[in-house]
Design a protein around this ligand. Structure first.
Ligand code: EPZ
Length: 417
């Protein structure tokens, strides 16, 4: 297995370009199942998760092709409604084929995604909504078996504003009979990106980006050519890295309107942030001070940025409290950061971080995608050498991360294992 080796202590300087958003590309590629004909998706990041969903869509009978950054999908040959465990277990977001399969084939057999390192990751809200729309659902041998003679629009209230749940329901509702109203819908930019894609296909969706989304069912959708929005979490990771290493980085291509919560916290922590014509500039020359953070559904502070921000707080002046309200087990990175000298005490869903003058490099183990990113950040800031094992977690969600950091002046390299 590959590992990443970092000699820390170098301030990052220069410009870095953000790639396409993993969490927008995944539902957008799944939405191709709703059409007959060739859909073209550009600015698609080259990630393991993208390869996983391309494999799954092919397994279902879609034609999938494309080169670097571009994926073309034609679901005219869609002939299989089963998403098997061995494909779904590789990536939970495979559950995103459930809605389109029921909408298009009126049946689906999708393996339950199961939990992961950060939590149980239930899909009860997805299933309840599909049932309310007229699907018959059964859980058999670890699979969701869904059939629906007709999907009917209805009023839905989501117990939690689930991101992929909102996306699954959107894809089930676009060709349902009548109007669907989703209340307490997720408001993430990735949900808006999917709604925009579906509307370009001929759907009638209004309210995406707010907590009330209305969908008027249409009889069919047509293929599109769309570009994936920039990845706000990759962008945020570079923004935190600039502040953490006392550097000066222009994060190009990110949409500032997606970064209000993070920019607010970074500014309060002492980073100087300026919006330039082609990106967000973060300068970390001033000392960093501790600020409290609570993760919340968008537009609150993103849970996917919690681990990265904790690294910044671990070398800030003073103390900070980081409260994780979205997932029940998302402090796995704490034990590895402690091995690098961080002073962090966890009580329930809150981590109390006392800033230390510096972290020390150490051999560490990645456990999940965003925890891996936090270990890279810690290595960039630490004195001495850090070696990160199991970087395949990183490859699920970051494209050429070590090359991008090296381009900004970091001493970082991937050692093929
Ligand atoms: C999406 O996951 C993202 N993944 C996650 O990014 C992100 O952390 C998460 O949203 C929150 O922003 C993709 O978009 C592919 P949720 P998702 O359903 O949709 C509970 C990354 O690192 N819940 O919004 O699975 C659930 O347990 C990944 O890129 C239910 O109780 O998250 C969790 O506590 C990690 N019942 C909370 O809601 C349900 O039916 C939020 O989950 C669904 C969810």
């Amino acid at each position: 297995m590959d590992r990443i080796v970092i000699e820390g202590g170098r301030p990052l300087k220069g410009a870095v370009h953000v790639g396409g958003a993993k969490n927008a590309a995944l539902p957008m590629l799944a939405s191709a199942l709703l059409t007959d004909g060739w859909n073209t998706f550009t600015n698609v990041p080259a990630l393991r998760d993208i390869e996983s969903i391309k494999l799954l869509l092919s397994h279902l009978g879609a034609a999938v092709e494309g080169g670097p950054g571009t994926v073309r999908i034609n679901a005219a040959g869609l002939n299989n409604s089963e998403a098997p465990y061995d494909l779904v277990r590789k990536m939970r977001a495979s559950i995103l084929v459930l809605g389109p399969l029921v909408a298009r084939l009126k049946r689906a057999r999708v393996s339950l995604p199961g939990g992961c390192a950060i939590g149980a990751r239930p899909i009860n809200v997805h299933l309840k909504a599909l049932s309310d729309m007229g699907a018959d659902l059964e859980l058999v041998d670890g699979y969701v078996e869904a059939t629906a003679k007709v999907l009917r629009g209805t009023e839905l209230f989501l117990d939690v504003p689930t991101v992929t749940g909102t996306e699954n329901i959107l894809m089930a509702a676009v060709m349902a009979q009548g109007r669907t109203v989703i209340r307490n819908a997720a408001r993430e930019p990735e949900v808006v990106a999917l709604a925009d894609t579906l509307n370009q296909m001929g759907a009638k969706i209004t309210g995406a980006g707010t907590s009330v989304i209305t969908i008027e069912g249409v009889s069919s959708l047509t293929p599109v050519s769309v570009s994936v929005i920039p990845d706000r979490i990759e962008a945020g990771t570079f923004m935190v890295a600039a502040a953490l290493t006392r550097g000066d980085v222009l994060v190009k291509g990110s949409d500032p309107s997606h970064q209000n919560a993070l920019m607010d916290k970074l500014s309060r922590a002492g980073a100087k942030i300026s919006l330039e014509k082609d990106g967000i500039r973060v300068c970390g020359e001033a000392p960093v001070v501790g600020v409290d953070v609570k993760t919340l559904p968008y537009p609150g502070f993103p849970t996917d940025m919690q681990a990265q921000f904790m690294v910044l707080m671990s070398v800030a002046k003073g103390q900070s409290l980081i409260c994780e309200t979205v997932f029940e087990n998302r402090f796995i990175h704490v034990s590895e950061l402690r091995r690098m000298g961080a002073d962090i005490t966890v009580s329930g869903n809150t981590a109390a971080v006392k800033g230390v003058p510096a972290l020390s490099g150490a051999p560490v183990m990645a456990t999940d995608l965003r925890a891996s990113a936090s270990l890279v950040l810690a290595g960039l800031a630490a004195k001495g050498k850090t070696e990160i094992q199991r970087v395949y977690h990183l490859d699920r969600g970051y494209e050429h991360l070590e090359e991008k950091f090296a381009h900004l002046g970091a001493s970082i390299q991937r050692v093929k294992g």
